[in-house]
Design a protein around this ligand. Structure first.
Ligand code: SF4
Length: 390
């Protein structure tokens, strides 16, 4: 069996005011120590179940800003991952990068270290919006970074965009999409800005100094995103993600399909699906756990024995079935009824017929042939559809 590995690097040059990730602005970062801690954690995880016998099919360096690290550090982590588990020959290896932190030699070094997919946080091509978002780069730097990534040999390149930023217009969002597509990425993500508790934007909103766009404006922007990105050759395959067939983010598909992944690094989450025979009882579907969030405490823990787990929960079949449905419904193709039954040993109708019927009658959910997926209207109201399955 193969599984996915997420590696969290929590340091950033500056904290963006909308960001609620486990990331920390730092003038300098303990790169060598953190790299060693990750390597220790990999070794420990490889020595025990449930991952000891399995190989890696995708690896994702997320953050934070993994592109702050030098290629030799990323290479050392990948070497350790290969020694510990074995990396599949066709594995997808993604590194998140901030356009303000790369040059040709760094990108070429990352490619040589084994990274084969780069994901840039472009966010917008309007410098006024980038400033409001607290980004450390301008649009020209994003354009340059994408060109350099191509030159460094990256054929797989994602650009992240954000919409529904106060001050943004539908025309501005469409312009961002056009500018992103012109850089010829093979994948585009477009996320609706949310004001998450604990962020500077949330505090500004509470003080009345910042106002999210009205729901209708946000919906109009999401509709424009859903029309304009596919019109440029990137079909939607997930609520926020667009790519031609075969170019989907394989790592993220692991999450949406509710499959097993290991997360290492400060605050990283993991999920392991139980073996089929122990899932059958319904009591033991899987286990989720998470690491210590603080980078300093993570370093201390991981260095003494490679474990930094700070919490865990057992997941029973009922919770697992809910998660399977609302995660898979994020995908444009939804899920196959046969896959549901294979996972849970019971049919979808057996568990969810009562909840699905009104959603199908109301035109939010579609059941066609052997699949269940969101309708166009269901995409707009996805959160309320998901809530029905929780
Ligand atoms: S660069 Fe990314 S991870 Fe870091 S603060 Fe900004 S949005 Fe968050």
């Amino acid at each position: 069996m193969s599984f996915s590995l997420y590696i969290h690097i929590p340091y950033c040059q500056a904290k963006c005011p909308y960001c609620d990730f486990n990331s920390y602005a730092a003038p300098a970062w303990p790169e060598a120590d953190y790299t060693q801690a990750l390597i220790a954690e990999l070794g420990r995880r490889a020595s025990e179940p449930p991952f000891a016998e399995d190989t890696l099919r995708t690896i994702f360096f997320g953050g934070g800003t993994p592109s702050l690290f030098a290629p030799h550090s990323i290479g050392a982590i990948l070497d350790a991952a290969d020694r510990s588990f074995g990396i599949d020959r066709d594995a997808e290896i993604t590194l998140e990068a901030n356009p303000g932190t790369v040059n040709l030699s760094k990108l070429a070094g990352m490619r040589a270290a084994g990274v084969n997919r780069i994901s840039f946080g472009a966010q917008s091509f309007d410098d006024r919006i980038l400033k409001l978002l607290g980004r450390i780069h301008d649009a020209a730097e994003t354009r340059e970074a994408a060109l350099l990534a191509h030159r460094a040999g990256f054929t797989r390149l994602n650009l992240d965009l954000i919409f529904a930023v106060p001050g943004q217009t539908v025309a501005g969002v469409i312009d961002d999409i056009g500018q992103a597509a012109a850089l010829e990425p093979d994948h585009i993500s477009a996320y609706n800005l949310t004001f998450e508790e604990g962020t500077a934007f949330f505090a500004e909103m509470k003080r009345g100094r910042m106002k999210p766009l009205a729901n209708e404006e946000q919906a109009a922007m999401y509709a424009a995103v859903r029309d304009e990105i596919p019109a440029r050759g990137y079909p939607m395959y997930e609520i926020s993600n667009y790519a031609p067939a075969g170019h989907e983010a394989r790592h993220n598909l692991t999450y949406w399909r509710a499959e097993t992944y290991l997360g290492i690094g400060a605050g990283a989450h993991s999920f392991a699906l139980a073996q089929r025979d122990s899932r059958a009882s319904g009591d033991h579907y899987g286990r989720r756990w998470w690491n210590e969030r603080s980078p300093a405490r993570y370093l201390e823990m991981a260095r003494c024995g490679g474990m930094a787990e700070s919490g865990a929960e057992e997941i029973n079949g009922a919770t697992g079935a809910s998660e399977f449905v609302f995660l898979n419904l994020r995908l444009r193709a939804g899920f196959a009824l046969a896959d549901f039954e294979e996972r849970f040993g019971r049919s979808f109708d057996d568990i969810f017929a009562g909840r699905a019927a009104p959603l199908i009658d109301g035109g939010l959910l579609v059941r066609r042939k052997d699949r269940v997926f969101l309708s166009e209207r269901g995409l707009e109201l996805a959160d309320s559809v998901f809530a029905e399955f929780v």
